[in-house]
Design a protein around this ligand. Sequence first.
Ligand SMILES: [Zn+2]
Length: 305
Amino acid sequence: MSPSDDIASFQDALRKAKQVAILAGAGLSAASGIPTYRGKGGIWHEHDHDKVASLDGFKKDPAPVWQFHHWIKQVCLAASVNDAHRVLASLSLPEVRGKVLSGLKDPSSPPLLITQNMDGLSSLALDSLKDQLSPEDMHKAKHERLIEMHGNIYRQTCLQCRHTSVSTDCHLADQFAGSKVQSSTSSAKLALDQLPRCGGSSWNGSNRYGKCGGPLRPAVVWFGEIPEGMGDIGRYLNWTDMLIVVGTSAIVQPAAGFIKAVKDRGGKVAFFNLEKVEKDQDADWLFLGRCEETLPLALGLTNTI
Ligand SMILES: [Zn+2]
């Protein structure tokens, strides 16, 4: 049976759902100006991911890897949240859950948002609710109910002492710090001693944790690496009876497995994508169009964003 696009039956199922998860991909941030990776005109059509987004590539030559991530970071810094981020963040508000998700087994917690995006925009959307959420609820929404499974472009980890830091600075050599790199294929080539180091560029010979002088890597999940939070995601999906898929074809594992896990346990799946994808044939609902428009409409939350 082909999926339904009936909003009333979707909202009815949402009100009956006991545990809800959202799986988001690049389409969620498309309206924010973040380029997609695999889609038409996607980043991997122009860039060799083995070279710029793998540990092997980093070990062979870290300079183009940092240059690529520096470019992505600048794109993310220039982006702002869109209505799809906002409406998902609004599910952290108890009064919104009371209206849309009134049957939750744990009404005190928002649904789990699993994002494949490393742009930090889902977290930023939550920040804008700081006057409406208690500090405890904000902590829960940002740290327990948001999993950035591919990492975050603003974090970096030291390969030597494993310290992870968060920074919106560009974290590259001084010559890059003040200038905008127009693309990841910029011809300027970084020397090894210009790459980010643990403790910063003014490292003074210390070997302390977080200041050891070791090489830093972007704390994002590269090709061949295991996504973050897989244990937590698996445990949560075991009890999930409604999965909302936003802006992702979900063809690639492990995302494809998340849909199967929910369906195999009798759960429902709703897709929000720009166009039809192979996987949406498994869905119970399919809402085609720009997710920043379809999502608030289907959730009945056009007035809350
Ligand atoms: Zn270190």
